[in-house]
Design a protein around this ligand. Sequence first.
Ligand SMILES: Cc1cc2nc3c(=O)[nH]c(=O)nc-3n(C[C@H](O)[C@H](O)[C@H](O)COP(=O)(O)OP(=O)(O)OC[C@H]3O[C@@H](n4cnc5c(N)ncnc54)[C@H](O)[C@@H]3O)c2cc1C
Length: 407
Amino acid sequence: MQITWSEHQRAIRARYQTVGHELVRPTAGQRDSSLSFDRELWRNLARSGLFGVHMPTAYGGQGLGIWEFAAALDGFAEGCQDMGILVSFVAQVALVQAGLLSYGSEAQCQRWLPDLISGEKIGCFAITEATCGSDVRALKLSASYAATGYVLQGQKWNITNAPVADLCMTFARLEGAGAQAITCFMTETDKPGITQSAAFELLGNRGTPIGSIDFEHAALDLDSVIGGEGQGLRVLYFGFLVERVLTGLIVTGCVQPLIDECIAYSSKRLAFGKPISDNQYVQGHIVQIYTQLELLRSVLLRGLSALERGEDCSKLASIIKILASEALHDACLTAMKIHGNYGYRRDHYFERLLRDSIGLFFAGGTIEIHKHVIWTNLLAEAQDRSKEKTDLRLDAYQARTTEGAAA
Ligand SMILES: Cc1cc2nc3c(=O)[nH]c(=O)nc-3n(C[C@H](O)[C@H](O)[C@H](O)COP(=O)(O)OP(=O)(O)OC[C@H]3O[C@@H](n4cnc5c(N)ncnc54)[C@H](O)[C@@H]3O)c2cc1C
Protein backbone atom coordinates (compact mmCIF):
# COMPACT_ATOMS: atom_id res chain seq x y z
CA MET A 1 0.00 0.00 0.00
CA GLN A 2 1.46 3.35 -0.93
CA ILE A 3 0.91 5.45 2.10
CA THR A 4 3.73 7.41 3.62
CA TRP A 5 5.14 4.78 5.92
CA SER A 6 7.54 5.94 8.61
CA GLU A 7 11.01 4.41 8.56
CA HIS A 8 9.95 2.00 11.33
CA GLN A 9 6.83 0.97 9.40
CA ARG A 10 8.84 0.48 6.20
CA ALA A 11 11.17 -1.84 8.10
CA ILE A 12 8.21 -3.82 9.47
CA ARG A 13 6.69 -4.05 6.01
CA ALA A 14 9.95 -5.27 4.47
CA ARG A 15 10.45 -7.79 7.26
CA TYR A 16 7.04 -9.41 6.79
CA GLN A 17 7.34 -9.30 3.03
CA THR A 18 10.45 -11.45 3.41
CA VAL A 19 8.66 -13.74 5.87
CA GLY A 20 5.84 -14.25 3.35
CA HIS A 21 8.17 -14.70 0.43
CA GLU A 22 10.52 -17.14 2.10
CA LEU A 23 8.26 -19.12 4.42
CA VAL A 24 4.92 -19.26 2.62
CA ARG A 25 5.21 -18.64 -1.10
CA PRO A 26 7.43 -21.59 -2.12
CA THR A 27 4.90 -24.16 -0.85
CA ALA A 28 1.60 -22.36 -1.56
CA GLY A 29 0.90 -24.34 -4.75
CA GLN A 30 1.61 -27.62 -3.05
CA ARG A 31 -0.80 -26.87 -0.18
CA ASP A 32 -3.44 -25.90 -2.75
CA SER A 33 -3.13 -29.11 -4.77
CA SER A 34 -2.93 -31.43 -1.76
CA LEU A 35 -5.66 -29.60 0.21
CA SER A 36 -3.35 -29.50 3.20
CA PHE A 37 -2.54 -27.22 6.10
CA ASP A 38 0.99 -26.97 7.50
CA ARG A 39 0.85 -26.53 11.27
CA GLU A 40 4.61 -26.10 11.50
CA LEU A 41 4.43 -23.26 9.00
CA TRP A 42 1.69 -21.69 11.13
CA ARG A 43 3.93 -21.91 14.21
CA ASN A 44 6.82 -20.37 12.29
CA LEU A 45 4.61 -17.48 11.22
CA ALA A 46 3.61 -17.02 14.85
CA ARG A 47 7.27 -17.05 15.88
CA SER A 48 7.86 -14.15 13.47
CA GLY A 49 5.38 -12.21 15.64
CA LEU A 50 2.81 -11.88 12.82
CA PHE A 51 -0.25 -12.91 14.88
CA GLY A 52 0.53 -10.44 17.62
CA VAL A 53 1.65 -7.28 15.81
CA HIS A 54 -1.41 -5.34 17.04
CA MET A 55 -2.01 -7.35 20.23
CA PRO A 56 -1.02 -6.25 23.76
CA THR A 57 2.35 -7.40 25.08
CA ALA A 58 0.54 -8.72 28.18
CA TYR A 59 -0.74 -11.59 26.00
CA GLY A 60 2.47 -12.11 24.05
CA GLY A 61 1.81 -9.58 21.29
CA GLN A 62 4.08 -6.83 20.01
CA GLY A 63 1.80 -4.02 21.21
CA LEU A 64 2.18 -2.04 17.98
CA GLY A 65 -0.40 0.32 16.46
CA ILE A 66 -2.82 -0.24 13.62
CA TRP A 67 -0.55 1.34 10.98
CA GLU A 68 2.33 -0.95 11.94
CA PHE A 69 -0.12 -3.84 11.67
CA ALA A 70 -1.24 -2.56 8.25
CA ALA A 71 2.39 -2.33 7.11
CA ALA A 72 3.08 -5.87 8.31
CA LEU A 73 0.02 -7.39 6.66
CA ASP A 74 0.41 -5.49 3.40
CA GLY A 75 4.04 -6.63 3.18
CA PHE A 76 3.23 -10.20 4.20
CA ALA A 77 0.45 -10.50 1.59
CA GLU A 78 2.70 -9.11 -1.12
CA GLY A 79 5.44 -11.55 -0.20
CA CYS A 80 3.34 -14.70 0.14
CA GLN A 81 0.69 -14.33 -2.60
CA ASP A 82 -1.21 -17.11 -0.85
CA MET A 83 -4.87 -16.47 -0.14
CA GLY A 84 -4.95 -19.86 1.63
CA ILE A 85 -2.77 -18.74 4.51
CA LEU A 86 -4.11 -15.19 4.36
CA VAL A 87 -7.77 -16.23 4.79
CA SER A 88 -6.80 -18.50 7.72
CA PHE A 89 -4.84 -15.59 9.21
CA VAL A 90 -7.74 -13.12 8.90
CA ALA A 91 -10.19 -15.64 10.42
CA GLN A 92 -8.02 -16.05 13.49
CA VAL A 93 -6.63 -12.55 13.97
CA ALA A 94 -9.51 -10.32 12.81
CA LEU A 95 -12.39 -12.44 14.01
CA VAL A 96 -11.26 -14.53 16.98
CA GLN A 97 -8.39 -12.53 18.50
CA ALA A 98 -9.90 -9.06 17.95
CA GLY A 99 -13.29 -10.31 19.19
CA LEU A 100 -11.75 -11.76 22.34
CA LEU A 101 -9.72 -8.66 23.01
CA SER A 102 -12.71 -6.37 22.61
CA TYR A 103 -15.47 -8.41 24.26
CA GLY A 104 -13.67 -11.00 26.39
CA SER A 105 -13.00 -10.54 30.09
CA GLU A 106 -9.43 -10.23 31.37
CA ALA A 107 -9.58 -13.88 32.49
CA GLN A 108 -10.80 -15.00 29.06
CA CYS A 109 -8.06 -13.04 27.28
CA GLN A 110 -5.46 -14.58 29.61
CA ARG A 111 -6.91 -18.01 29.01
CA TRP A 112 -6.97 -18.00 25.21
CA LEU A 113 -5.03 -15.14 23.59
CA PRO A 114 -1.42 -16.16 24.42
CA ASP A 115 -1.78 -19.58 22.77
CA LEU A 116 -3.38 -18.06 19.67
CA ILE A 117 -0.68 -15.40 19.34
CA SER A 118 2.13 -17.91 19.88
CA GLY A 119 0.69 -20.25 17.23
CA GLU A 120 0.28 -23.10 19.72
CA LYS A 121 -3.45 -23.02 19.10
CA ILE A 122 -5.47 -22.22 16.00
CA GLY A 123 -8.78 -20.41 16.16
CA CYS A 124 -11.93 -20.45 14.06
CA PHE A 125 -15.01 -18.22 14.02
CA ALA A 126 -18.16 -20.21 13.36
CA ILE A 127 -21.45 -18.60 12.36
CA THR A 128 -22.55 -20.27 9.12
CA GLU A 129 -24.72 -23.38 9.20
CA ALA A 130 -25.86 -25.65 6.37
CA THR A 131 -29.29 -24.00 6.45
CA CYS A 132 -28.23 -20.38 6.96
CA GLY A 133 -25.35 -18.18 5.90
CA SER A 134 -26.38 -14.62 5.06
CA ASP A 135 -29.34 -14.65 7.45
CA VAL A 136 -27.25 -14.96 10.61
CA ARG A 137 -30.22 -14.26 12.88
CA ALA A 138 -31.77 -17.54 11.68
CA LEU A 139 -28.96 -19.67 13.11
CA LYS A 140 -30.08 -22.87 14.85
CA LEU A 141 -27.14 -24.02 16.99
CA SER A 142 -28.77 -24.19 20.43
CA ALA A 143 -27.36 -23.49 23.85
CA SER A 144 -29.10 -24.64 27.00
CA TYR A 145 -28.25 -24.15 30.66
CA ALA A 146 -26.58 -26.97 32.58
CA ALA A 147 -25.41 -27.27 36.20
CA THR A 148 -21.81 -26.44 35.28
CA GLY A 149 -22.40 -24.08 32.38
CA TYR A 150 -24.02 -24.61 28.97
CA VAL A 151 -24.70 -27.41 26.51
CA LEU A 152 -24.39 -26.81 22.77
CA GLN A 153 -26.29 -28.83 20.19
CA GLY A 154 -26.11 -28.44 16.41
CA GLN A 155 -23.63 -27.91 13.63
CA LYS A 156 -21.54 -25.15 12.08
CA TRP A 157 -20.62 -25.54 8.45
CA ASN A 158 -18.13 -24.15 5.91
CA ILE A 159 -15.92 -22.62 8.58
CA THR A 160 -12.37 -21.43 7.92
CA ASN A 161 -9.80 -23.35 10.00
CA ALA A 162 -12.51 -25.65 11.44
CA PRO A 163 -10.75 -28.93 10.54
CA VAL A 164 -7.58 -27.88 12.39
CA ALA A 165 -8.89 -25.46 15.04
CA ASP A 166 -8.08 -25.97 18.72
CA LEU A 167 -10.36 -23.11 19.75
CA CYS A 168 -13.73 -22.17 18.34
CA MET A 169 -15.62 -18.91 18.79
CA THR A 170 -19.19 -19.72 17.87
CA PHE A 171 -22.70 -18.33 18.01
CA ALA A 172 -25.71 -20.12 19.41
CA ARG A 173 -29.34 -19.47 20.30
CA LEU A 174 -29.64 -19.49 24.09
CA GLU A 175 -32.79 -21.16 25.42
CA GLY A 176 -35.44 -18.88 26.86
CA ALA A 177 -33.65 -15.68 25.87
CA GLY A 178 -36.19 -14.67 23.18
CA ALA A 179 -35.12 -11.91 20.82
CA GLN A 180 -31.86 -11.53 22.73
CA ALA A 181 -30.97 -15.18 22.24
CA ILE A 182 -27.87 -15.05 20.08
CA THR A 183 -24.86 -15.53 22.30
CA CYS A 184 -21.15 -15.88 21.53
CA PHE A 185 -19.31 -18.85 23.06
CA MET A 186 -15.64 -19.73 23.04
CA THR A 187 -14.54 -23.30 23.53
CA GLU A 188 -11.67 -25.72 23.16
CA THR A 189 -12.46 -28.21 20.41
CA ASP A 190 -11.06 -31.26 22.21
CA LYS A 191 -14.07 -31.42 24.55
CA PRO A 192 -16.40 -34.44 24.47
CA GLY A 193 -19.22 -33.97 21.97
CA ILE A 194 -17.25 -31.71 19.59
CA THR A 195 -16.26 -33.23 16.24
CA GLN A 196 -14.40 -31.55 13.39
CA SER A 197 -14.72 -32.64 9.77
CA ALA A 198 -11.90 -33.06 7.28
CA ALA A 199 -11.28 -30.14 4.90
CA PHE A 200 -14.00 -29.68 2.28
CA GLU A 201 -13.09 -30.06 -1.41
CA LEU A 202 -13.59 -26.51 -2.65
CA LEU A 203 -12.76 -24.83 -5.95
CA GLY A 204 -10.43 -22.34 -4.29
CA ASN A 205 -9.03 -21.43 -0.87
CA ARG A 206 -7.72 -24.99 -0.74
CA GLY A 207 -4.73 -23.92 1.35
CA THR A 208 -7.28 -22.79 3.96
CA PRO A 209 -8.81 -25.76 5.76
CA ILE A 210 -12.58 -25.18 5.59
CA GLY A 211 -15.03 -27.62 7.15
CA SER A 212 -17.72 -28.23 9.74
CA ILE A 213 -17.89 -28.56 13.52
CA ASP A 214 -20.53 -30.71 15.19
CA PHE A 215 -21.72 -30.06 18.73
CA GLU A 216 -23.42 -33.15 20.15
CA HIS A 217 -24.51 -32.24 23.70
CA ALA A 218 -21.15 -30.50 24.11
CA ALA A 219 -20.70 -29.19 27.65
CA LEU A 220 -19.08 -25.75 27.97
CA ASP A 221 -18.04 -24.15 31.23
CA LEU A 222 -19.68 -21.06 32.74
CA ASP A 223 -16.88 -18.78 31.61
CA SER A 224 -17.30 -19.59 27.93
CA VAL A 225 -19.70 -16.73 27.08
CA ILE A 226 -17.98 -13.83 25.33
CA GLY A 227 -19.47 -10.37 25.73
CA GLY A 228 -22.46 -11.45 27.85
CA GLU A 229 -25.53 -13.59 27.19
CA GLY A 230 -27.61 -12.25 24.32
CA GLN A 231 -24.81 -9.99 23.09
CA GLY A 232 -23.61 -12.30 20.32
CA LEU A 233 -24.60 -10.07 17.43
CA ARG A 234 -22.43 -7.26 18.76
CA VAL A 235 -19.38 -9.53 18.86
CA LEU A 236 -20.24 -10.84 15.42
CA TYR A 237 -20.71 -7.45 13.72
CA PHE A 238 -17.54 -6.11 15.33
CA GLY A 239 -15.61 -9.11 13.95
CA PHE A 240 -17.07 -8.56 10.49
CA LEU A 241 -15.96 -4.94 10.56
CA VAL A 242 -12.33 -5.78 11.31
CA GLU A 243 -12.36 -8.75 8.90
CA ARG A 244 -13.64 -6.60 6.02
CA VAL A 245 -11.01 -3.91 6.48
CA LEU A 246 -8.19 -6.47 6.83
CA THR A 247 -9.39 -8.24 3.68
CA GLY A 248 -8.84 -4.95 1.85
CA LEU A 249 -5.26 -4.98 3.11
CA ILE A 250 -4.44 -8.51 2.00
CA VAL A 251 -5.88 -7.74 -1.42
CA THR A 252 -3.78 -4.60 -1.94
CA GLY A 253 -0.76 -6.71 -1.01
CA CYS A 254 -1.68 -9.42 -3.56
CA VAL A 255 -2.69 -7.15 -6.47
CA GLN A 256 0.36 -4.89 -6.73
CA PRO A 257 2.74 -7.73 -7.74
CA LEU A 258 0.21 -8.87 -10.36
CA ILE A 259 0.36 -5.42 -11.93
CA ASP A 260 4.16 -5.42 -11.81
CA GLU A 261 4.23 -8.83 -13.48
CA CYS A 262 1.80 -7.69 -16.19
CA ILE A 263 3.97 -4.67 -16.98
CA ALA A 264 7.18 -6.73 -17.03
CA TYR A 265 5.75 -9.54 -19.15
CA SER A 266 3.90 -7.33 -21.63
CA SER A 267 7.02 -5.21 -22.13
CA LYS A 268 9.09 -8.18 -23.23
CA ARG A 269 6.53 -10.44 -24.95
CA LEU A 270 6.59 -9.76 -28.68
CA ALA A 271 3.65 -10.09 -31.05
CA PHE A 272 3.45 -8.61 -34.55
CA GLY A 273 7.07 -7.47 -34.17
CA LYS A 274 6.59 -5.31 -31.08
CA PRO A 275 6.01 -5.69 -27.31
CA ILE A 276 2.37 -6.42 -26.58
CA SER A 277 2.45 -3.51 -24.10
CA ASP A 278 2.64 -1.15 -27.11
CA ASN A 279 -1.04 -1.91 -27.72
CA GLN A 280 -3.45 0.43 -26.03
CA TYR A 281 -5.90 -2.42 -25.51
CA VAL A 282 -3.25 -4.19 -23.40
CA GLN A 283 -2.28 -1.00 -21.57
CA GLY A 284 -5.98 -0.39 -20.88
CA HIS A 285 -6.33 -3.74 -19.09
CA ILE A 286 -3.43 -2.94 -16.76
CA VAL A 287 -4.54 0.66 -16.20
CA GLN A 288 -8.01 -0.62 -15.31
CA ILE A 289 -6.77 -2.92 -12.54
CA TYR A 290 -4.38 -0.25 -11.28
CA THR A 291 -7.33 2.18 -11.08
CA GLN A 292 -9.31 -0.36 -9.05
CA LEU A 293 -6.32 -0.86 -6.76
CA GLU A 294 -5.89 2.88 -6.17
CA LEU A 295 -9.59 3.24 -5.41
CA LEU A 296 -9.37 0.38 -2.93
CA ARG A 297 -6.29 1.92 -1.29
CA SER A 298 -8.00 5.28 -0.74
CA VAL A 299 -11.10 3.74 0.80
CA LEU A 300 -8.93 1.39 2.85
CA LEU A 301 -7.01 4.31 4.34
CA ARG A 302 -10.31 5.78 5.50
CA GLY A 303 -11.32 2.40 6.93
CA LEU A 304 -8.07 1.98 8.85
CA SER A 305 -8.32 5.53 10.18
CA ALA A 306 -11.87 4.85 11.33
CA LEU A 307 -10.76 1.67 13.11
CA GLU A 308 -7.92 3.62 14.74
CA ARG A 309 -10.43 6.18 16.02
CA GLY A 310 -12.76 3.41 17.18
CA GLU A 311 -15.57 4.56 14.91
CA ASP A 312 -18.32 2.35 13.53
CA CYS A 313 -17.44 2.12 9.85
CA SER A 314 -19.74 -0.69 8.71
CA LYS A 315 -20.70 1.10 5.48
CA LEU A 316 -17.04 1.76 4.63
CA ALA A 317 -16.06 -1.81 5.57
CA SER A 318 -18.64 -3.23 3.16
CA ILE A 319 -17.43 -0.88 0.41
CA ILE A 320 -13.87 -2.08 1.07
CA LYS A 321 -14.95 -5.72 0.86
CA ILE A 322 -16.77 -5.22 -2.46
CA LEU A 323 -13.87 -3.27 -4.00
CA ALA A 324 -11.34 -5.80 -2.67
CA SER A 325 -13.20 -8.86 -3.98
CA GLU A 326 -13.62 -7.30 -7.41
CA ALA A 327 -10.06 -5.92 -7.55
CA LEU A 328 -8.48 -9.29 -6.80
CA HIS A 329 -10.73 -11.20 -9.19
CA ASP A 330 -10.26 -8.72 -12.04
CA ALA A 331 -6.50 -8.49 -11.47
CA CYS A 332 -6.09 -12.29 -11.59
CA LEU A 333 -8.15 -12.57 -14.76
CA THR A 334 -6.27 -9.72 -16.40
CA ALA A 335 -2.89 -11.15 -15.45
CA MET A 336 -3.97 -14.50 -16.88
CA LYS A 337 -5.14 -12.94 -20.14
CA ILE A 338 -1.99 -10.86 -20.59
CA HIS A 339 0.21 -13.91 -20.00
CA GLY A 340 -1.76 -15.85 -22.62
CA ASN A 341 -1.21 -19.60 -22.49
CA TYR A 342 1.44 -19.21 -19.77
CA GLY A 343 -1.11 -17.61 -17.46
CA TYR A 344 -3.62 -20.41 -18.06
CA ARG A 345 -1.23 -23.17 -16.98
CA ARG A 346 -1.94 -24.97 -13.69
CA ASP A 347 1.66 -24.55 -12.63
CA HIS A 348 1.30 -20.78 -12.68
CA TYR A 349 -0.02 -19.13 -9.53
CA PHE A 350 -2.52 -16.87 -11.36
CA GLU A 351 -5.02 -19.70 -11.69
CA ARG A 352 -4.73 -20.54 -7.97
CA LEU A 353 -5.22 -16.93 -7.00
CA LEU A 354 -8.14 -16.60 -9.43
CA ARG A 355 -9.92 -19.59 -7.85
CA ASP A 356 -9.20 -18.17 -4.39
CA SER A 357 -10.53 -14.75 -5.39
CA ILE A 358 -13.99 -16.26 -6.00
CA GLY A 359 -14.16 -17.28 -2.33
CA LEU A 360 -13.97 -13.61 -1.36
CA PHE A 361 -17.36 -13.09 -3.01
CA PHE A 362 -18.85 -15.24 -0.19
CA ALA A 363 -16.49 -15.28 2.78
CA GLY A 364 -17.47 -12.74 5.42
CA GLY A 365 -20.75 -11.93 3.61
CA THR A 366 -21.74 -12.01 -0.06
CA ILE A 367 -21.57 -8.99 -2.36
CA GLU A 368 -25.36 -8.73 -2.22
CA ILE A 369 -25.28 -8.61 1.58
CA HIS A 370 -22.60 -5.89 1.50
CA LYS A 371 -24.82 -3.90 -0.86
CA HIS A 372 -27.67 -4.42 1.59
CA VAL A 373 -25.47 -3.10 4.45
CA ILE A 374 -24.53 -0.03 2.38
CA TRP A 375 -28.16 0.55 1.41
CA THR A 376 -29.34 0.30 5.04
CA ASN A 377 -26.72 2.84 6.08
CA LEU A 378 -27.64 5.17 3.21
CA LEU A 379 -31.29 4.98 4.14
CA ALA A 380 -30.57 5.81 7.79
CA GLU A 381 -28.35 8.73 6.75
CA ALA A 382 -31.01 10.04 4.38
CA GLN A 383 -33.62 9.82 7.14
CA ASP A 384 -31.29 11.69 9.51
CA ARG A 385 -30.76 14.43 6.91
CA SER A 386 -34.48 14.79 6.26
CA LYS A 387 -35.09 14.95 10.02
CA GLU A 388 -32.48 17.71 10.27
CA LYS A 389 -34.29 19.64 7.56
CA THR A 390 -37.64 19.28 9.32
CA ASP A 391 -36.04 20.42 12.57
CA LEU A 392 -34.58 23.45 10.82
CA ARG A 393 -37.97 24.49 9.44
CA LEU A 394 -39.50 24.15 12.88
CA ASP A 395 -36.78 26.37 14.31
CA ALA A 396 -37.46 29.03 11.70
CA TYR A 397 -41.21 28.84 12.28
CA GLN A 398 -40.79 29.15 16.01
CA ALA A 399 -38.44 32.12 15.62
CA ARG A 400 -40.86 33.97 13.36
CA THR A 401 -43.95 33.32 15.44
CA THR A 402 -42.09 34.45 18.54
CA GLU A 403 -41.08 37.65 16.74
CA GLY A 404 -44.73 38.13 15.78
CA ALA A 405 -45.87 37.62 19.35
CA ALA A 406 -43.26 40.08 20.62
CA ALA A 407 -44.40 42.69 18.09
C1 LIG B 1 -13.65 -19.10 1.60
C2 LIG B 1 -14.78 -19.05 2.57
C3 LIG B 1 -14.52 -18.96 3.92
C4 LIG B 1 -15.58 -18.93 4.82
N1 LIG B 1 -15.29 -18.85 6.16
C5 LIG B 1 -16.30 -18.80 7.05
C6 LIG B 1 -16.00 -18.73 8.46
O1 LIG B 1 -14.85 -18.71 8.87
N2 LIG B 1 -17.05 -18.69 9.33
C7 LIG B 1 -18.35 -18.70 8.92
O2 LIG B 1 -19.22 -18.65 9.75
N3 LIG B 1 -18.66 -18.76 7.58
C8 LIG B 1 -17.66 -18.82 6.65
N4 LIG B 1 -17.95 -18.91 5.32
C9 LIG B 1 -19.35 -18.98 4.90
C10 LIG B 1 -19.85 -17.66 4.34
O3 LIG B 1 -19.90 -16.68 5.33
C11 LIG B 1 -21.22 -17.92 3.72
O4 LIG B 1 -21.03 -18.77 2.62
C12 LIG B 1 -21.89 -16.64 3.27
O5 LIG B 1 -22.27 -15.88 4.37
C13 LIG B 1 -23.10 -16.93 2.39
O6 LIG B 1 -23.97 -17.81 3.03
P1 LIG B 1 -24.61 -19.01 2.20
O7 LIG B 1 -23.51 -19.70 1.50
O8 LIG B 1 -25.46 -19.78 3.14
O9 LIG B 1 -25.50 -18.32 1.10
P2 LIG B 1 -27.03 -17.85 1.26
O10 LIG B 1 -27.17 -16.99 2.45
O11 LIG B 1 -27.93 -19.02 1.14
O12 LIG B 1 -27.16 -16.94 -0.04
C14 LIG B 1 -27.27 -17.51 -1.36
C15 LIG B 1 -27.40 -16.35 -2.36
O13 LIG B 1 -28.55 -15.56 -2.04
C16 LIG B 1 -28.14 -14.20 -1.87
N5 LIG B 1 -28.93 -13.57 -0.79
C17 LIG B 1 -29.29 -14.09 0.42
N6 LIG B 1 -29.98 -13.18 1.12
C18 LIG B 1 -30.07 -12.08 0.36
C19 LIG B 1 -30.66 -10.79 0.54
N7 LIG B 1 -31.30 -10.46 1.67
N8 LIG B 1 -30.53 -9.89 -0.44
C20 LIG B 1 -29.89 -10.21 -1.60
N9 LIG B 1 -29.31 -11.40 -1.84
C21 LIG B 1 -29.39 -12.32 -0.87
C22 LIG B 1 -26.69 -14.27 -1.47
O14 LIG B 1 -26.02 -13.05 -1.75
C23 LIG B 1 -26.19 -15.42 -2.32
O15 LIG B 1 -25.91 -14.97 -3.62
C24 LIG B 1 -16.91 -18.95 4.37
C25 LIG B 1 -17.18 -19.04 3.00
C26 LIG B 1 -16.12 -19.10 2.10
C27 LIG B 1 -16.44 -19.20 0.64
